[in-house]
Design a protein around this ligand. Structure first.
Ligand code: SF4
Ligand code: SF4
Length: 288
């Protein structure tokens, strides 16, 4: 029997993350994770190739994987509206959500019942009716990419280290970022005198969101950790464990790049997995 040769890829540059997520990541990992260029989004790997028939494993060419209505927390809405790197089209898509009024609250822009009712496991990537309002159909890009949320920033359909990468991005890192996003949004809301359903002194929703975005400039990492209590610290530790595990894992061959490959279990990762399992069901909706 011959031993398979190790798979070698060129060094990967750091992942391009929204500035606020990058700031939190530096605090917990000490660096930014490497990018995942096997998810070739500009030439999406999930589309039917020329001459190939559109089948059940393909994503729809009008949407790719952007069949998702992203929750944008209050501060993210403000950061998008004020970020010169976000295109006018991207800003308009956020304005549109605010004007529609559904799922608009002091917490941010959340998902809506009319969207949720249409969503199911088979529709992901395949139902153009679920196209994200921030998706730029002409270019196939994302209108709010520079300030996209944690779910979008950690989603890769293919990765260098298969199952180890999936565990890091989706089970460790995403859950850490989601905990920080929620804690910061809640803090912004109370700091601005609002409550979940009450806008307090704010008659102008855009002004409220912009104020929330500006508040995050003043928030040090020490303050952020205090806001989230042990949840952020614990999830940060779990993300760091899975990051170490991912970076120590071999590069997988192409056929395992979708994350289905086995993950070598270590004592640390098993302990982390044990903690995750109890929380995963609770967080299922957040992971979509
Ligand atoms: S992450 Fe999405 S857009 Fe990028 S290659 Fe995968 S399915 Fe296509
Ligand atoms: S926010 Fe951007 S990356 Fe996320 S689903 Fe929408 S278009 Fe895609």
């Amino acid at each position: 029997m011959t031993t398979p040769l190790p798979v070698v890829v060129p060094p990967r540059p750091p992942a391009k993350l929204p500035p606020i997520l990058a700031r939190w990541t530096q605090e917990i990992l000490g660096e930014l994770p490497p990018s995942e260029p096997r998810s070739t989004c500009d030439a999406c790997v999930k589309l039917a190739k020329p001459g190939e028939e559109y089948g059940p494993r393909h994503y729809h060419p009008d949407t790719k994987c952007c069949t998702y209505l992203p929750v944008l927390l209050n501060f993210q809405v403000g950061l998008i509206l004020d970020d010169p790197e976000v295109s006018e089209q991207g800003k308009r898509s956020v304005e549109w959500r605010i004007e529609q009024g559904e799922g608009v609250s002091p917490v941010g822009l959340t998902t809506t019942p009319s969207y949720d009712i249409r969503y199911n496991d088979d529709s992901f990537g395949r139902d153009p009716g679920l196209m994200c309002p921030h998706y730029l159909q002409e270019s196939g890009g994302c209108g709010v990419w520079h300030q996209r949320n944690a779910v979008c920033a950690t989603w890769f359909c293919r990765s260098d280290r298969g199952g180890a990468s999936f565990s890091f991005w989706r089970l460790g890192y995403l859950r850490f970022l989601r905990a920080v996003e929620d804690a910061v949004a809640e803090w912004c809301m109370f700091a601005l005198g609002a409550e979940e359903e009450e806008w307090g002194p704010w008659s102008d929703k855009r002004a409220y969101y912009r104020a929330a975005g500006r508040l995050t400039d003043k928030l040090s990492w020490k303050d952020t950790l205090q806001l989230g209590g042990s949840k952020i610290a614990t999830r940060g530790e779990q993300a760091a464990i899975l990051y170490k595990q991912m970076m120590g894992a071999p590069i997988v061959p192409e056929e395992l790049a979708d994350g289905r490959g086995p993950v070598e279990a270590t004592e640390e990762s098993l302990r982390a997995a044990e903690t995750f399992r109890a929380e995963l069901q609770k967080d299922k909706d957040e992971l979509l």
